[in-house]
Ligand binder design. Structure first.
Ligand SMILES: NC(=O)c1ccc[n+]([C@@H]2O[C@H](COP(=O)([O-])OP(=O)(O)OC[C@H]3O[C@@H](n4cnc5c(N)ncnc54)[C@H](OP(=O)(O)O)[C@@H]3O)[C@@H](O)[C@H]2O)c1
Length: 255
């Protein structure tokens, strides 16, 4: 089976509802933009959030059913988050799917024993607290949707089970990224438990090593077209789908 066919099979197990509205964060490029494109292909109206709305508008030009939020989305800033959610409510009247894709980049030479902790704190501030902030702020809107879904884009870097670049394998490289992603896995679990008696389905997804910076493909990273379907799958799970899990390409991944 080719990657393309595997992706189609993954997506066909999931649901699609008319009028569904999704918000994808940090989606002016990279994996987020491709997730927006693939959600839209399923008939979902997608809003792309970015810190620079001009960049988002340029990125979505020509894409059917995908529009850029006209206001900046900085997930570390409650005023920005509130304004974005008000804008979603006023323009679309609903929010069914939240894809928390935004994340910060750690310093390239950072290791767990050689680290600028202020810089590391900024990474965790975005990856963990930004994701947490936006998700709980969006809950009042999400809870009004018939089948709300929250996806947290995590990474095998925050897992003990990933023997290529996981917590126990990476020699402490990109420590703030790995620790932040381990924390969002914990957040996923806690949110799913806290929302267990509601229709809100929350899961975390690792997109795998993906070519979002120049030269990455030559180093073995896969294209965004192959990484996005696993996120789209989690964003469109049926009502009785898994909750509080961590997945890659629709398959469970160890914590
Ligand atoms: N690429 C991989 O190999 C890989 C592997 C595992 C996991 N992931 C995860 O997949 C997701 C997407 O990664 P990517 O490779 O596509 O990287 P990316 O293109 O850098 O996407 C991350 C986005 O987050 C945004 N962002 C950063 N800080 C923000 C803030 N405070 N508020 C709102 N947005 C903010 C960035 O926006 P600006 O445009 O404003 O900088 C950027 O668009 C991330 O969660 C990443 O950790 C990626």
């Amino acid at each position: 089976m080719t990657e393309k066919h595997r992706s189609d099979a993954l997506v066909s197990e999931t649901i699609s509802r008319d009028g569904t509205v999704a918000l994808v964060t940090g989606a002016a490029h990279g994996i987020g933009l491709e997730v927006a494109r693939q959600l839209a292909q399923r008939g979902i109206d997608v809003l792309v959030g970015a810190r620079d709305p001009g960049k988002a508008a340029a990125a979505v030009r020509g894409l059917d059913r995908v529009s850029a939020l006209p206001v900046p989305l900085d997930i570390t800033d409650q005023t920005s988050v509130d304004l974005v959610l008000r804008t979603v409510e006023e323009t679309k009247g609903r929010l069914d799917i939240l894809v928390n894709n935004a994340a910060a980049h750690p310093d390239h030479d950072e290791t767990v024993t050689s680290v600028d902790l202020e810089s590391a704190a900024r990474v965790v501030q975005v990856d963990l607290f930004g994701t947490w902030r936006l998700t709980i702020s969006a809950l009042p809107l999400l809870r009004r949707a018939p089948g709300p879904r929250v996806v947290i884009v995590s990474s095998g870097a925050g897992s003990h089970s990933d023997d290529r670049y996981g917590l126990a394998s990476a020699g402490g490289a990109y420590a703030s990224h790995a620790i932040g992603k381990a924390a969002v896995n914990a957040l996923t679990s806690a949110l799913a438990a806290g929302l267990a008696d509601t229709p809100v389905v929350v899961n975390a997804v690792c997109p795998d090593v993906t070519a979002t910076v120049p030269g990455a493909e030559a180093r073995g990273a896969r294209p965004v077209e192959e990484s996005a379907p696993g996120i789209v799958w989690a964003a469109t799970l049926p009502d009785d789908g898994p909750r509080g899990g961590f997945f890659r390409d629709g398959k469970p991944l160890g914590w």
